[in-house]
Ligand binder design. Structure first.
Ligand SMILES: Cc1cc2nc3c(=O)[nH]c(=O)nc-3n(C[C@H](O)[C@H](O)[C@H](O)COP(=O)(O)OP(=O)(O)OC[C@H]3O[C@@H](n4cnc5c(N)ncnc54)[C@H](O)[C@@H]3O)c2cc1C
Ligand code: FES
Length: 272
């Protein structure tokens, strides 16, 4: 790792497009032809006079990079209100990506957690691998990338949509759909990102079925590159920004805080 390039200031990129993904979420696009990326990695994104926050890369093709954002606080609201030609600062990409060596993947996204899984889906579609994709959200208004996935459905993608309130797809949690998939299909690896209680339930199901598991975790990050220790996990001390955000099922066995608590900006434990 080149520490000098990490500790230096962010580089400026200009927004070239903004896409409305659903009622709340937006994807901003910028060009960065020199960037290299593996699915699962994230950027530290600096918004002038507001904050610097971690955001997963959801689109990456031919020098065009996209970040899909759910506006929940000051920085995310500031980013979704930016306009064409506005500038943001970026550092990265950072983090340990998904292990994509898999003949029969099951990809399960919950809410905004679907963002880092989009490049995983794209990877398998380009390889011609048959995949099952489960996308869940609380309501229809929070589902991500549904139209795009529906267009891929004939190309080896089996798509299952769930909503907690039944406003689209199956009514209920993604775990219900996953239980059905696991009972009828031969799955090698379950890839997931979303609310941690959802990921814990999926991890238990993967262990019960003896299949591999890859999950992207979210923790409070300050530096994003292994310098500050803010994102350390109990009790191993693994850093989510460097050793993750993607962790395997075997690694998660040793993380006692997985599904139980995370730490806020001051280090205080917050239960899930
Ligand atoms: C590796 C990683 C990838 C992420 N990818 C995405 C993504 O693709 N799209 C997306 O919308 N969100 C993503 N997030 C979450 C996003 O970083 C937070 O929602 C954002 O930081 C909230 O900032 P805010 O100022 O808008 O809200 P605030 O009001 O400041 O915070 C709201 C909540 O967001 C969390 N949060 C705040 N700041 C940080 C921070 N620096 N690091 C981690 N969590 C924080 C805290 O739990 C806080 O309670 C990702 C987080 C991580 C760790
Ligand atoms: S955010 Fe600083 S070490 Fe991970």
């Amino acid at each position: 790792m080149n520490i000098e390039s990490l500790t230096g200031g962010p580089r400026s990129v200009q927004i070239v497009n903004i896409v409305k993904e659903n009622a709340h979420d937006r994807t901003i696009f910028f060009k960065d032809p020199d960037m290299t990326f593996s699915p699962g990695q994230f950027l530290m994104v600096w918004v002038s006079k507001v904050d610097e926050i971690p955001l997963s890369i959801s689109y990456f093709q031919d020098g065009l990079v996209g970040l899909t954002i759910r506006p929940i606080g000051s920085a995310t609201k500031a980013i979704v209100s930016l306009a064409h030609n506005d500038l943001i600062g970026i550092r990265g990409p950072f983090g340990h990506p998904f292990d994509l060596d898999c003949p029969s993947p099951l990809i399960v996204g919950g809410g905004i957690g679907t963002a880092p899984l989009r490049p995983v889906i794209q990877h398998f579609v380009e390889l011609g691998t048959e995949i099952t994709v489960v996308i869940g959200a609380r309501t229809k208004d929070e589902l991500l990338f549904i139209e795009e996935m529906q267009q891929l459905e004939g190309d080896g993608v089996r798509l299952i949509i769930t909503t907690d309130d039944g406003s689209a797809g199956m009514k209920g949690f993604v775990t219900m759909a996953v239980a059905q998939v696991l009972s009828e299909s031969d799955i090698h690896t379950l890839y997931t990102c979303g609310p941690e209680p959802m990921m814990v339930a999926l991890w238990r199901m993967a262990m019960d079925h003896d299949i591999r598991f890859q999950a992207s975790l979210e923790r409070y990050m300050k530096c994003g590159c292994g310098l500050c220790g803010t994102c350390a996990l109990d009790p191993t001390g693994e850093l989510v920004c460097v050793d993750g955000p993607v962790f395997s099922g075997e690694q998660l066995r040793n993380i006692t805080e997985f599904g139980n608590y995370h730490r806020d900006s001051t280090g205080v434990k917050q239960n899930f």
